[in-house]
Design a protein around this ligand. Structure first.
Ligand SMILES: Nc1ncnc2c1ncn2[C@@H]1O[C@H](COP(=O)(O)OP(=O)(O)OP(=O)(O)O)[C@@H](O)[C@H]1O
Ligand SMILES: [Mg+2]
Length: 353
């Protein structure tokens, strides 16, 4: 078992640079999740670790081995893709054993490794079926089985659950968490799904435009984002942002109909700030009159009220409990000053008072 270290990793396609000097340490046995908007370089970075993309500059280590120029087959990694890419004419069992067979492993070794993967993934009932006779979730389990039999030091997953329907996704997410617990190998996992990132990760890496914005444990990123981008990316629905100004060491934020006392260092006096508040940290005051409820979305246990302030700024508020806001109502809002985040309006860096 081994960790993964990226050192000043750069990727260029011709003149276009897409990864801009990434430094990252992933500990042995850690579950590391890459998130970020489409096109930010998640797959590229993962494929560079796999050896499927050449690393233009910098180095990649797995354990203490420099794998930067090694072939994928020499790196001790196994990758699971969004599309299962199973051999349609082979049974589940043969699909899982095929890679080992091609590499000349003895038959009894292949059998025992396939049996082990079958047990871990609960694939016993399907071993003699062809992929066409399996559900999407079962197919993805076979492709994970194909990775397990190789006994890799590092598992690489590129959005492995995106082709599954919502219910299966939840089931497979739990399976992958269990797999990680049982095998204990280092895993790097790319996803668009907030819930997958928050629940699976020991460590989340937030990427934007080929640069790491922040790395940390899920709840650390949620509670203590370094900048507006991370604050807005982690959490669903996203954090609300309204314009504010620092006056006399306090923050005035008309969009939240509020003035926050003594929050801020006087070095920021007169500065424009972006004021952030999460939907779950705002409460609605039905007796107030600063916001209009434009729309409500009820998901059952929770509702989201879309408000517009007198200044025209939009704020989303989470509501639970029996009494929920109605569309068209005029309301006020309340936020605990300790739950407010401030960002420099220009640099978007967090201002920690
Ligand atoms: N072969 C290529 N030639 C030129 N540019 C490429 C090539 N492959 C990828 N890119 C560019 O590299 C950037 C990163 O792409 P990548 O596929 O890593 O994004 P991603 O974060 O995985 O996005 P998504 O979430 O949509 O899968 C994109 O801007 C993409 O257009
Ligand atoms: Mg991708």
């Amino acid at each position: 078992m081994s960790g993964v270290t990226l050192n000043k990793v750069i990727k260029r396609y011709g003149d276009v640079q897409v990864i801009h000097g990434v430094d990252l340490d992933i500990a042995d046995g850690e579950f590391c999740v890459f998130v970020g908007p489409s096109g930010c370089g998640k797959s590229t970075l993962l494929r560079m670790v796999a050896g499927l993309e050449e690393t233009t500059e910098g180095s990649i280590h797995i354990g203490d081995r420099d794998v930067t120029r090694m072939d994928p087959s020499e790196r001790g990694v196994a990758m699971v893709f969004q599309t299962y890419a199973l051999y349609p004419h082979m049974t589940v069992k043969d699909n899982m054993g095929f890679g080992l067979k091609m590499n000349g492993h003895p038959k009894n070794e292949i059998e025992s490794k396939v049996a082990e993967a079958t047990r871990i993934l609960k694939l016993e009932p399907y071993l003699d079926r062809k992929p066409s006779a399996l559900s999407g979730g079962q197919r993805q389990r076979v492709s994970i089985g194909r990775a397990i039999v190789r006994g890799p030091e590092v598992f690489l997953f590129d959005e492995p659950l995106s082709n599954l329907d919502a219910e299966l996704r939840v089931e497979m997410r739990v399976e992958i968490a269990r797999l990680h617990k049982e095998i204990g190998a280092t895993m790097i996992y790319v996803t668009h799904d907030q819930v997958e990132a928050m629940t699976l990760a020991d460590k989340i890496v937030v990427l934007r435009l080929g640069v790491i914005e922040q790395v940390g444990a899920p709840m650390d990123l949620y509670r203590d984002p370094d900048n507006k981008f991370v604050a807005g990316f982690i959490g669903s629905p996203a954090m609300n942002f309204v314009n504010g100004t620092v006056k006399g060491g306090n923050v005035e934020a008309p969009g939240l109909a509020a003035r926050y006392e003594g929050l801020i260092n006087t070095a920021f006096e007169g500065k424009a700030v972006s004021v952030g508040a999460r939907p779950e940290h705002i409460t609605i005051d039905p007796a107030g009159d600063t916001h209009t409820v434009e729309l409500t979305e009820s998901l059952g246990g929770v509702s989201f009220a879309y408000l517009t302030s007198e200044t025209g700024e939009r704020v989303i508020v989470e509501e639970r409990g029996d009494i929920r806001s109605e569309e068209g109502a005029t309301v006020g809002i309340h936020i605990d000053a300790n739950r407010i985040y401030l960002f420099d309006a220009k640099t978007e860096d967090r201002i920690r008072s």
